[in-house]
Design a protein around this ligand. Structure first.
Ligand SMILES: [Zn+2]
Ligand SMILES: [Zn+2]
Length: 291
C-alpha cells in the first residue's frame, strides 16, 4: 500500500498523458498518486477520472517555483482545490510568464546562431506551462543538438547563452497561495536545493511538509530530511518526480511512500478545515475516495 506523490504529465513538462500515467499507476500497484504539474492544475480533472475508473486514489496538486533568500525552491501544493479562483488566476499569470521566457530563450538562441523558432517549442510543448525541457527537446528534434544533455550543456544551463532566469514568487506567497486554495504546502526535493537554513523560517510561515523521498535523494539525504521533518513536526512526503521514461523505463513508482503518510496528510487537511470553520466533504482520513 504505497503512493507516488510527485508526477508530471504533458500538461507541463512530462511526456505521459493523464490517462497513460493513471494506467501505469495501476500497473505499478500504487494505491494513491498525486499529479504535480508545474504551474498548472489543468491535468487534474482528466487524471482524477482516469484514476477513479481504475480504482487508484487521486490527489490533486501542483508544483510552484518560488524563491527564498536568493535560492530557488519548489513547493508542492497537495489536496488543493483545482477550481479555486485565486489559484487559477495566479497560475494563468505564471503560465504567461513561462511563455514569455520561451520567446526570450529562442531569441537568445537565434543570437547565438541557432535558428530555433519559439513556435516550434510551443508546438512541441502543446501546453500552457512550457519550460526549458521543451526547448531542449525542440533543439534535439530539429537537429541542433544530439541529446537533451547536450542541449542543456551548450545552451540552457545557468550561465549558458540561452539561459533566462525563471520567474519566481516568494516562498511566503507560494505558501499563502496553496493554503488559500486549501492545500498543504510541501517543500519539494530539499536535497537538490541544499538550503537547509531556510527551513525554520518556512516552518514559521506555515509550511506543512518536506519531500524527504525523491529520485535524486541519496539514502543519507533522505535520513537527514526525515530528521529535520521530525524536529519541526512536518509531514513527510515523497515521489519519483516522473516526467516519463527514464533510461527506457517509466519512473513512476520507483520512489514511493507508505500510504499511512497520505493518511497523515488527509488528517491535516481535515484538521485545517475544522479550524477554518469550513468542512469539506473529502478527503476524510481512513476513508479514501476510491480503492
Ligand atoms: Zn521540482
Ligand atoms: Zn517535479
Amino acid at each position: 500500500m504505497s503512493a507516488d506523490l510527485h508526477l508530471h504529465t504533458c500538461f507541463s513538462d512530462g511526456t505521459y498523458t493523464p490517462e497513460e500515467l493513471a494506467a501505469l499507476a495501476k500497473q505499478t500497484g500504487l494505491r494513491a498518486v498525486a499529479l504535480t504539474d508545474h504551474d498548472t492544475v489543468e491535468g487534474c480533472a482528466r487524471m482524477a477520472a482516469a484514476c477513479q475508473a481504475l480504482g487508484v486514489e487521486f490527489i490533486p496538486a501542483a508544483e510552484l517555483t518560488a524563491e527564498v533568500c536568493g535560492h530557488e525552491i519548489h513547493f508542492l501544493g497537495y489536496f488543493l482545490d483545482p477550481e479555486n479562483e485565486t489559484l487559477l488566476h495566479e497560475l494563468a499569470k505564471f503560465q504567461e510568464v513561462r511563455q514569455g521566457r520561451i520567446h526570450e530563450m529562442t531569441a537568445r538562441l537565434n543570437q547565438a546562431g541557432v535558428p530555433l523558432k519559439a513556435e516550434s517549442v510551443f508546438a512541441l510543448a502543446n501546453c500552457r506551462s512550457p519550460g526549458r525541457p521543451h526547448v531542449a527537446r525542440a533543439l534535439v528534434q530539429e537537429g541542433f543538438c544530439d541529446t537533451l544533455d547536450q542541449a542543456f550543456e551548450r545552451f540552457l544551463r545557468k550561465g549558458k547563452p540561452a539561459w533566462v532566469p525563471k520567474f519566481k514568487i516568494s516562498a511566503m506567497e507560494a505558501i499563502r497561495l496553496i493554503h488559500q486554495a486549501r492545500g498543504l504546502a510541501v517543500m519539494a526535493h530539499p536535497g537538490l536545493n541544499r538550503t537547509d537554513e531556510v527551513i525554520p523560517g518556512l516552518v514559521q510561515a506555515g509550511m506543512d511538509g518536506l519531500e524527504c523521498f525523491h529520485t535524486k535523494h541519496s539514502t543519507n539525504m533522505t535520513e537527514h530530511y526525515l530528521q529535520i521533518a521530525e524536529q519541526h513536526n512536518l509531514l513527510v512526503t515523497g515521489g519519483s518526480d516522473c516526467h516519463g521514461l527514464n533510461k527506457g523505463k517509466p519512473l513512476i513508482g520507483t520512489v514511493k511512500v507508505p500510504y499511512r503518510l497520505v493518511e497523515r496528510m488527509k488528517e491535516k487537511v481535515l484538521q485545517r478545515a475544522v479550524e477554518g470553520g469550513f468542512l469539506i466533504a473529502q478527503p476524510s482520513p481512513g476513508n479514501p475516495t476510491t480503492s
